[in-house]
Design a protein around this ligand. Structure first.
Ligand code: FNR
Length: 182
């Protein structure tokens, strides 16, 4: 069983990113196990915590759960033209202690969304920059920029736009092809 972890860059209860993540999780075939990874309980990264006797308990829980994960899907909004701090913090926590990164060589894919028309392009590409350094092979095409997200979801948070659903299915299939290569 291949395990895909989904990290969402928003902690908001009614987050559009969470809704998109839930919809995309359902598009994977049954042989994939999908886990929504909790990142909201990770204290801000501090290099003093690299001494594991000092590290918050949630760091260890997070790093252990990430070690079991084969591939990572990021679904994120944009904050001030960049990656929300909660997601960058999770990347930093998982990247340390030096030499023990949980990200190394794990295939990754990014979906960015916004209620406006820019589709969180800035966050998508800033995130990509970090993933290159973290040595994660990233899905190149199709790129997933979801704009006007509120118009694509019904009152239960399900995607009501058929073209978007089909596009995300194609995106998931391309991600699976990438995962199979690694
Ligand atoms: C935003 N928002 C936003 N939108 C955008 O397209 N570009 C941006 O740079 C920003 N910056 C920004 C900063 C901060 C601090 C907040 C709170 C919001 C709006 C953002 O796209 C909107 O709130 C989304 O709904 C956030 O995603 P979730 O929480 O619905 O997943």
């Amino acid at each position: 069983m291949t395990k895909v972890g989904i990290l969402v860059g928003s902690l908001r209860k009614d987050s559009f990113s969470k809704k998109i993540a839930t919809n995309v999780a359902a598009l994977f075939p049954k042989e994939f196990e999908i886990e929504m990874v909790e990142i909201g309980d990770l204290p801000l990264y501090n290099q003093d915590y690299d001494d594991e006797s000092n590290a918050p308990e949630t760091y260890e829980i997070f790093r252990k759960s990430m070690k079991d994960i084969d591939a990572v899907l990021f679904v994120t909004p944009e904050y001030n033209r960049s990656v929300p701090a909660v997601l960058k913090n999770a990347l930093d926590v998982g990247s340390r202690p030096y030499g023990a990164s949980v990200w190394d060589r794990k295939p990754a894919a990014i979906i960015s969304q916004s209620p406006g028309n820019l589709s969180a392009f800035g966050a998508n590409h800033h995130l990509r920059q970090s993933l290159v350094f973290l040595n994660m092979p990233i899905l190149q095409q199709p790129e997933a920029y979801i704009g006007h997200v509120a118009n694509l979801l019904d009152e239960n948070g399900n995607i009501k736009n058929e073209d978007t659903r089909k596009f995300l299915q194609t995106f998931v299939e391309a991600f699976i092809d990438l995962i199979k290569k690694y």
